[in-house]
Design a protein around this ligand. Structure first.
Ligand code: ZN
Length: 154
C-alpha cells in the first residue's frame, strides 16, 4: 500500500550534515516506525514519504524550515543558578528538561555556565541545519484503531 494518512511506516535512514558527517542512523537498530500524518517526524520528511511504498529508496535534502526550524538567538536564556535544580553538577552541552508555564516539557541544551548563572539554549540541536537523508521504506501498513487513539505505534 501507499503511504498516506494513518499509515504505519517503517524506514531505515541515515541523516548527514552538510559536511557529510553522520548525525543519526537506524543502521544496526530496528527500523524507525511511526504513524504517518500526525507530525511524528519532521514536515520535510513527511512530505517526501507521501505516496511511497515498501521497497522505495530515496535521498532528500531538507532545509531548516522543513526540518527543526531556523536557529533563533532569542531562544537562548540566561537563568540564575539558584533557579535551577542541580545547577552545580551541570556541564556544557548536556540537555536538561524544563517545565514550561503551560505545563509542557521543554528540552534545553546547556550552552555555557557562568559563576552565578547558566545560559540555556532552547533551539533544537539540529536547528538551522540542512538535513541530508537517505531513506529506505521497509514497511507500510494500516494503523490499528488503538494505535491511532494512542498516537503511537505498538
Ligand atoms: Zn499505546
Amino acid at each position: 500500500m501507499k503511504i498516506g494518512e494513518n499509515s504505519v511506516v517503517s524506514i531505515d535512514y541515515t541523516l548527514k550534515g552538510d559536511d557529510g558527517t553522520v548525525i543519526d542512523t537506524s543502521e544496526g537498530r530496528d527500523p524507525l516506525s511511526f504513524i504517518y500524518g500526525i507530525g511524528a517526524i519532521i514536515p520535510g520528511l513527511e512530505k517526501e514519504l507521501d505516496g511511497k511504498t515498501a521497497g522505495d529508496s530515496f535521498a532528500v535534502t531538507i532545509a531548516p524550515e522543513d526540518g527543526y526550524g531556523q536557529y533563533d538567538e532569542a531562544r537562548m536564556v540566561e537563568v540564575p543558578k539558584e533557579q535551577i535544580e542541580g545547577a552545580d553538577g551541570m556541564t556544557e552541552g548536556v540537555q536538561v528538561q524544563a517545565q514550561r508555564e503551560d505545563g509542557g516539557i521543554e528540552i534545553l541544551t546547556v550552552a555555557s555556565i557562568g559563576e552565578k548563572s547558566v545560559t540555556l539554549d532552547g533551539n533544537h540541536p539540529l536547528a538551522g541545519m540542512n538535513l541530508h537523508f537517505n531513506v529506505d521504506v521497509k514497511d507500510v501498513r494500516e494503523a490499528t484503531k488503538e494505535e491511532l487513539e494512542h498516537g503511537h505505534v505498538h
